[in-house]
Design a protein around this ligand. Structure first.
Ligand code: DX5
Ligand code: ZN
Length: 220
């Protein structure tokens, strides 16, 4: 899979939790490329969502890749469980991984795409010795925990610098952006060099998912 192609990844955090299967089917029909699943533990981030049994149940509803964003302390303990539940991509926060090299390789040994995530205040230099090993880098453009927050503008500089590092070293890692992606913010984010766009409220908070996704795809 080309991790540098343009992809829209609706986040089910803003979907109707009473009907997640239906919501995922609707997002697929509306043109989603990837489904983004936010796993929160109430410890690393101040919110709680769902774990492997829910993901396993949702796995039956679509063949789209599942992009599992682990906002949990000590993710190493649970990576195998998320892989078994049906994750295709597993992203871990560098803030939670003292042995990031080991964690990324653990994910890859399970034949999953491996990604490193940085919080807004975490510098890019944390990636210097792992960039060649990851399939994608995700930059948080809000402080993780909740949907519907505003995009932090400084992320654009961070994306430009990251893109330069990836291209400068001839690497093929994708750049995913999570938080505050909307038809208004996406053009600048894309222009800065990102190619995978998480969108929670911009898709599931809209009346017409197909229209919302196409607006995100065409904004240049
Ligand atoms: C935030 C989550 C995001 C969230 C984005 O902690 O990681 O994936 O769903 O929501 P929006 O797109 O509404 O900012
Ligand atoms: Zn997320």
């Amino acid at each position: 899979m080309d991790m540098q192609k343009d992809m829209i990844a609706p986040s089910i955090l803003s979907a109707d939790f009473a009907g997640l299967g239906e919501e995922i089917r609707a997002a697929e029909k509306a043109g989603a490329d990837v489904i983004h699943l936010d796993v929160m533990d109430g410890h690393f981030v101040p919110n709680l969502t769902f774990g492997p049994p829910v993901i396993k149940a949702l796995r039956k509803t679509t063949n789209l890749p599942f992009d599992v964003h682990l906002m949990i302390s000590n993710p190493d303990r649970y990576i195998k469980a998320y892989a078994d539940a049906g994750a295709d991509w597993i992203t871990v926060h560098v803030e939670t991984c003292p042995h990031l090299h080991r964690t990324i390789h653990h994910i890859k040994e399970l034949n999953k795409k491996a990604g490193a995530v940085l919080n807004p205040a975490t510098p890019l230099c944390f990636l210097d010795h792992i960039l060649a090993d990851v399939d994608l880098v995700m930059l948080m453009s809000v402080n993780p925990g909740f949907g519907g927050q505003s995009f932090i503008p400084d992320t654009l500089n961070k994306i430009r610098k990251l893109k330069k590092k990836i291209d400068g070293r001839g690497l093929k890692a994708g750049i995913e952006i999570d938080g505050g992606v909307s038809p208004t913010t996406i053009s600048a984010i894309r222009e800065a060099g990102a190619n995978i766009f998480v969108a929670g409220s911009a898709v599931f908070g809209s009346e017409d998912y197909a229209k919302a996704i196409s607006l995100l795809k065409i904004a240049k």
